[in-house]
Design a protein around this ligand. Structure first.
Ligand code: NAD
Ligand code: MG
Length: 326
């Protein structure tokens, strides 16, 4: 056998082996593979019917009921053994994160306003039924003392704290600053900004290297809607708080990031989040031509929480239907 024959045979052999290797995953993928969903029509594209509920609104009474991934999210052990606290985890985007975290193997404590007990029980029943550890901690986040104690209560119940998601928010649409009462302004600041400050301050001493904080910001963090003056102000603050805290906590090995949803179908929207008569426009002007569903954000929360994004801190990630706003 000459050198050239040997080389030729080796190349040929490698090509055959390569073809075999390439064919194996293709065959495997072909068995039971589902096509990727079309984002343009994966969820309802028609405008939503006008509807209103007293604040804070229950997800179970919405038409249609938001999709938080109850029937679709499948985990693969990405957060195995982690302990997470999610505020506003009873419904909407927070519920989507709770379902995904639990199915990825995390134990989860959920905070919500006490009158949201029915929504909290719905998600707890679903996840406990699948064998996941879910702790319910109702309480009012406008109460600073309650916020101070919340991370410790979650850590005690779960046996530690690795992930904190500051997701709860208060949003009331008003056409003019003249219509924003001091009480509304104050409640928006206390819920969206003060609670995050209290919770982070109490949580950080309980967290170890590898832990993370995820704050739910908004497209309003960078491009405010004129009827969301007070809310958008807090969302801008959440983004800057995220970036500054990330710099403080980097040396401790704790990452801090933010997620900026666009128009997502959740209880917040039917509890005063939209101006009266505007519901039928919600999400329709995005390039995808529809509002998003909470299930479409869950993957972002998981990705920011697991170790695969270890070089990512102080950053903002968006799900906005293609507007490119954030
Ligand atoms: P949601 O109504 O399902 O969640 C908001 C939650 O905040 C409530 O479930 C409630 O538990 C909690 N909350 C409010 N005030 C509270 C208080 N005083 N005490 C305890 N809990 C309180 O609506 P959502 O849209 O899923 O909101 C989640 C996050 O997403 C919020 O930060 C919101 O600003 C953000 N966001 C939503 C949209 C959207 O279009 N839905 C867009 C951008 C950002
Ligand atoms: Mg709720």
């Amino acid at each position: 056998m000459t050198d050239s024959t040997t080389r030729r045979d080796m190349i040929k052999g490698a090509a055959v082996a390569g073809a075999g290797l390439a064919a194996a995953p293709a065959l495997a993928a072909g068995q039971g593979a589902k096509p990727a969903p079309n984002p343009a029509n994966r969820f309802q594209t028609e405008p939503f019917a006008e509807q209103k509920q007293p604040w804070p609104a229950l997800q179970r009474n919405m038409h249609p009921v938001p999709d938080c991934g109850e029937a679709s999210y499948r985990g693969s052990g990405r957060l195995s053994g982690r302990k997470a606290l999610v505020t506003g985890g009873d419904s909407g985007i927070g519920r989507g994160a709770v379902i995904a975290f639990a199915r990825e193997g995390a134990a989860v404590a959920i905070n919500y306003f006490p009158t949201e007990e029915p929504d909290a029980q719905d998600v707890a029943k679903l996840l406990r039924g699948e064998g996941h550890k879910i702790e319910l901690i109702p309480g009012d986040l406008t109460d600073g003392a309650f916020c101070d104690g919340l991370p410790g209560r979650a850590a005690k119940a779960l046996g530690g704290l690795d992930i904190v998601v500051n997701n709860a928010a208060y949003q009331q649409s008003k056409a003019s600053i003249d219509e924003i009462s001091f009480e509304q302004f104050d409640r928006t600041m206390k819920t969206n900004l003060y609670a995050m400050f209290h919770i982070c301050k109490a949580a950080i001493p309980l967290m170890k290297a590898g832990a993370c904080i995820i704050n739910t910001a908004s497209v309003n963090s960078v491009s405010p809607e004129k009827e969301l003056l007070d809310y958008a102000t807090t969302k801008g603050g959440i983004l800057i708080f995220t970036k500054a805290l990330a710099k403080q906590l980097a040396s401790k090995g704790i990452r801090v990031n933010a997620i900026a949803p666009g128009p997502i179908w959740t209880p917040l929207q039917v509890a005063g989040g939209q101006l009266p008569g505007e519901m039928n426009k919600f999400g329709q002007d995005t390039p995808l031509g529809r509002a998003g569903q909470p299930a479409e954000l869950a993957g972002l929360y998981v990705t920011l929480a697991d170790g695969s994004t270890s070089y990512t801190s102080g950053s903002l990630f968006s799900a906005n239907g293609g507007t490119g706003v954030a």
